[in-house]
Design a protein around this ligand. Structure first.
Ligand code: AMP
Length: 111
């Protein structure tokens, strides 16, 4: 199924790009939940963490490493890394994505 993020990856839809390489794209969330809210998505069309395979291990590590670089570049000392998996957990776009959220005090537990 084609998602909004596939359209962003193909250039069919615009995004506010933060970082790009041959494995992933990072861009600002269109509805930010904090002063910094960036999404990192793999170029590979993986719907969710439910669908990852052993062969994705390096890619997943790459996304997390980039997340830390992006958070540091955004000047964050504290941030939250979120991957919603499945509708009940709040996933609305079924192309795997990592939220990097920071720039304000974040409460716990999440809703
Ligand atoms: P999730 O609810 O975990 O699936 O997260 C999907 C996120 O994508 C939400 O935070 C949305 O605000 C964000 N989003 C949806 N459409 C766009 C878009 N066109 N550009 C940037 N972020 C988007």
């Amino acid at each position: 199924m084609t998602t909004i993020f596939d359209k962003i990856l193909s250039g069919e839809m615009p995004c506010d790009e933060v970082f790009s390489d041959n494995k992933c794209l990072a861009f600002k969330d269109i509805t930010p939940q904090a002063p910094t809210h960036i999404l990192i998505i793999p170029r590979k069309p993986i719907p969710s963490l439910q669908d990852i395979k052993k062969e994705d291990q390096e890619l997943l590590g790459h996304l997390l490493l980039k997340g830390t670089e992006i958070a540091n570049d955004a000047g964050l000392e504290s941030w939250r890394t979120i991957i919603n998996t499945g509708e009940e957990a709040g996933q609305t776009v079924f192309h795997l994505h990592i939220h990097i959220i920071g720039g304000r005090k974040l409460s716990w537990p999440p809703g």
